[in-house]
Write a protein that binds this ligand. Structure first.
Ligand code: SF4
Length: 349
């Protein structure tokens, strides 16, 4: 943009492309100003770009962020994450307006299962309990009997009578892990997966181990079974943060965003990504320019039919009741949050 065509301060510009021509400092200034005008909170998922995390009011996993936003008196929530996460925020905050900077920021894992496809499967297994990983659309959560996170999936599935079949959606790797841990052979898994975790391979793990023989390997349960079997620990991101506090050298089988945050948090330790390619491109679709555009234009609003929202909320509430509900962060958690790391995370969710 030439100086002659530069907009007057705070002029609303037509498209995110116009905003991308502005300096980062101006974008941040605009974002802060509009946030105050709209009485908005910005939620930044752990896997967002650093510059988005820096302007976020809260950082963390989708469920924790949505719960945190619900407890504020903000009128508007801007969710910098992927679509199902913004839906979760709307499910828990029906009276608040929820905006997303880029509607194309979807989650391929969540999109593996649609409401129609799940209804068909339920028709074939009318006696089954439907368990939905929180990385799913609101429509799918609404059809589920209960939601789970990667942190609580094993414990929650354990509460379901052993002779009752389970339809587990959408992550086949997490379903496989839960089946193994609970010793159940009646879990019917949807064939979905997270490409970021499913693409990690044993070769990469072995190379990382050879390079850092002193490091323990921790892998997220969204990864394939052979990686879980080769790992020293299998755990959610909350478990990974706890391990990072205890160990001096770790190889992380999860998205790069979390590993980079661990490096910042523990600069004196060896914190290595299992795979340099474990980056969620969908998460990185959000930019400062799109966020500034989103606030100026008050777009894109995430809207849910009330029956879907209420049914999805019921599935989430059932999970929270069984797992002790959401609690305010402890002092230690608050300190980690201030450092940009949430210990209660449950993977992408
Ligand atoms: S990391 Fe995986 S589960 Fe999370 S948004 Fe990306 S594709 Fe979806």
């Amino acid at each position: 943009m030439s100086p002659a065509t530069l907009p007057a301060k705070y002029d609303v510009l037509p498209s995110p492309l116009d905003y991308s021509a502005l300096a980062a400092e101006e974008l941040v200034e605009r974002i802060e100003r509009r946030k105050r005008e709209l009485k908005a909170v910005i939620l930044g998922h752990n896997y967002q770009r650093t510059e988005i995390q820096e302007v976020s009011d809260y950082l963390g996993d989708s469920l924790g962020l949505s719960q945190e936003a619900a407890s504020t008196d903000a009128d508007t929530i801007v969710f910098c994450g992927v679509h199902f996460m913004a839906e979760t925020a709307k499910v828990l905050s029906p009276e608040k307006r929820v905006l997303m900077p880029d509607l194309r920021a979807g989650c391929p894992m969540a999109d593996f299962v649609t409401g129609t496809a799940l209804r068909n499967l339920i028709d074939q297994h009318p006696d089954a309990v439907v368990v939905a990983y929180v990385n799913s659309t609101a429509e799918v959560k609404a059809l589920a009997d209960i939601c789970v996170t990667s942190s609580n999936a094993v414990a929650i599935v354990d509460t379901i009578p052993r002779d009752t079949p389970i339809l587990f959606v959408p992550d086949k790797n997490l379903a496989d892990y839960v089946a193994e841990k609970t010793g159940r052979d009646n879990i019917i898994a949807w064939e979905g997966y997270c490409y970021v975790h499913d693409d990690m391979v044993l070769d990469e793990l072995e190379r990382a181990k050879a390079k850092h023989p002193e490091a323990k390997v921790v892998v997220h349960p969204e990864a394939r079974r052979e990686l879980l079997e080769a790992a020293d620990f299998v755990t959610s991101t909350s478990g990974m943060v706890a391990l990072a506090e205890e160990h001096d050298a770790l190889i992380f089988g999860t998205e790069r965003g979390l590993v980079d945050r661990m490096k910042q948090r523990f600069p004196e330790k060896t914190m290595i990504p299992l795979s340099g390619a474990a980056i969620c491109g969908n998460m990185k679709l959000n930019t400062l320019a799109k966020l500034a555009w989103c606030l100026d234009h008050e777009e894109h609003e995430v809207v849910l039919p009330e029956d879907v929202r209420a049914a999805a909320a019921a599935s989430l509430e059932r999970m929270l009741e069984l797992s002790g509900g959401w609690k305010a962060p402890t002092e230690e958690e608050a300190e980690l949050e201030a450092a940009g790391v949430r210990p209660r995370g449950c993977g992408c969710a």
